[in-house]
Design a protein around this ligand. Structure first.
Ligand code: SF4
Length: 567
């Protein structure tokens, strides 16, 4: 018998059996298969993930990590903790080196994994001080063999972490106000925030108070820690719409309403993976002081009505698709907020570049400087040197972006040039080539157990090659290149001009080799594109991993030759 989850949702009373018509010929009524919606179907778990979440609340695994597993070692960790609950604290086992992508689908998780972990540090809003940066750098160098990647969700991930080190890592992170709480798992993940919140001269409103309120009130709240699946949030008040709002479960996009003033337009139900949906506007205006409550209402809808029977149908996007925006809004207002929300206005198309690369004025007369690490890869040493360089130039704050970039805040005009040179010396370029600027890549086979191909190195090699072959491509509209190691879409393949999905493909000699299925024509709203659209799989169009630069070069040259007008 499983325990009820920690928060009390009354199991719906069994309805009294309906009187059957007194006829022998009535066809038997077939009961619809339950979707695992708690408010409709009750709490009975319909798959193993739901079972282990109810058996022991995932957040409670921290105590066992501190008191048992970190003392007794990797082999003492039972499967449901190792492959399940550890995620709620940002820990995934990592892939054993040397297992090729052809074996990914044929091996059990324990056969694919090393006794080491990927550790994800959540960085809500991407906001870090130099002290926090140095702490992460120290953890990377002391416990993670110097590894560090900036993710496209404004997190930092490290690898090679041993369970024995985890309590000390938490101690160091928490001493500087960071955590790994709910960095992964079926819960509210990191909140994407505008990387230029509170400082940009052209900002509509600063989302920082809303991010802080959500963090304080709800992150780590046991009543929200057993959702059907992950829940992704984003909030921006910048007119460039810089938080990929179309592909989050919930997004708040800053607007200026002609009568109600500054606030947010609410979007729900975005997500990619193998069944991509763009988020829908609910058509409501959310005042800044109400945003955290509205966020809470939407998370509770997901918890109570989200589909739990099959995991690949458990994201909020499926519920939004079935209900539609009007019903979703009604349920939010009637059952969770107890009041109607005013009608909202749609945000205008983005008015500026949304990756914040380059030098830009702040509202206080200073500048922010956005730089591009190649496909988000940095290291403990680079992060430590970044902290030093930032402080030497009079700043103490940086922000990570949802495009795997870094923004240095609060730079005096006379420091900009020297800062840019110092950052270039550690591989962080304020004037990157178009391809270095606009390429992102997921973790790939180097560490990810689901991967089929390598991604970061393939993308970095292609960028180096394209810079040599094509030179300055800024004469073209920006061309985005997103590289994924498998059919999941951590690297957002459907939202790039060229999206590469990792799989095995046939090489010249007819043998299977690592490569990519090509998607073309996707993009999120940007300065050069009014609305988002998902890219299409080009059937039969596959490239080998070694052929990525050749393929992108061909597409780019052909686009330049054949495009019409300002296309
Ligand atoms: Fe791993 Fe696939 Fe996600 Fe890349 S897209 S990080 S390979 S699961």
């Amino acid at each position: 018998m499983t325990q009820a989850p920690e928060h009390a949702i009354a199991r719906p009373a069994n309805p009294a059996p309906a009187a059957q018509p007194a006829t022998a010929t009535a066809a038997p009524v077939r009961k619809a298969r339950p979707n695992g919606q708690w408010k409709i179907d009750g709490l009975d778990p319909l798959n193993h993930n739901e079972e282990f979440k109810q058996e022991s609340a995932p957040l409670l695994v921290r105590e066992r990590i501190e008191n048992i597993y970190s003392r007794e070692g990797f082999d003492s960790i039972p499967g449901d903790d190792l492959h399940g609950r550890f995620r709620w604290w940002g820990l995934y086992t990592q892939r054993k080196p040397g297992i090729d992508g052809g074996r990914t689908a044929t091996l059990e998780p324990h056969e694919l994994e090393d006794p080491y972990f990927m550790l994800r540090v959540r960085v809500d809003g991407g906001a870090l001080t130099t002290d926090q940066l140095r702490t992460i750098a120290g953890i990377s160098n002391d416990f993670g063999r110097g590894t560090a990647d900036i993710t496209d969700r404004q997190n930092i991930q490290m690898h090679w972490i041993e369970v024995e080190s985890v309590p000390e890592i938490w101690r160091r992170l928490e001493a500087v106000g960071l955590s790994t709480t709910e960095a992964c798992g079926d819960c509210p993940r990191v909140i994407l925030g505008s990387p230029v919140a509170g400082i940009a001269r052209d900002e509509i409103l600063d989302p920082t108070p809303v991010i802080e309120e959500i963090q304080e009130r709800f992150i780590g709240d046991p009543s929200l820690a057993n959702l059907p699946r992950k829940f992704k949030s984003a909030i921006t008040g910048h007119p460039s719409q810089d938080v990929v709002h179309e592909i989050n479960d919930i997004s708040f996009v800053g607007v200026e309403h002609p009568e109600l003033g500054k606030g947010y337009d609410l979007w729900v139900g975005g997500g990619l993976s193998t069944s991509a949906h763009l988020a829908e506007r609910l058509g409501v205006f959310v005042a800044p002081e109400e945003a955290a409550d509205v966020w809470h209402g939407v998370v509770q809808i997901f918890r109570d009505y989200g589909y739990r029977r099959v995991r690949n149908k458990a994201r909020l996007k499926f519920l939004v698709k079935d209900w539609g925006a009007a019903k979703f809004r009604q349920v939010l207002q009637d059952e969770y907020l107890g009041r109607a929300l005013p009608d909202g206005i749609a945000p205008p198309p983005p008015s500026a570049e949304n990756d914040h690369v380059g030098v830009h004025p702040q509202k206080d007369g200073r500048f922010y400087v956005g730089v591009a690490p190649t496909v988000g890869r940095v290291s403990g040493d680079i992060l430590a040197r970044l902290a030093d360089v930032v402080e030497q130039h009079g700043s103490g704050r940086i922000r990570l972006t949802p495009h795997q970039k870094v923004v240095v805040l609060d730079v005096a005009g006379e420091e900009v040039k020297s800062l840019s040179i110092a950052l270039r010396e550690i591989g962080l370029e304020a004037r990157p080539s178009e391809f270095r600027r606009r390429t992102i890549a997921c973790t790939g086979i180097e560490f990810c157990k689901l991967a089929i191909v390598e991604t970061k190195e393939a993308a970095a090699t292609a960028i180096d090659e394209l810079e040599k072959r094509l030179g300055d491509t800024s004469r073209l509209k920006p061309i985005t290149l997103n590289v994924n190691g498998c059919a999941n879409s951590c690297g957002r393949i459907q939202t790039a001009d060229i999206g590469l999905k990792g799989q095995l493909v046939l090489g010249d000699d007819g043998e299977q080799v690592p490569g990519f299925q090509v998607h073309l024509g996707g993009g999120l709203a940007s300065k050069d594109r009014d609305t988002a659209g998902l890219g299409r799989t080009v059937r039969g169009l596959k490239v080998t991993a070694d052929g990525v630069a050749d393929y992108v070069e061909r597409v780019t040259r052909r686009f330049e030759k054949e495009r019409s007008g300002d296309e």
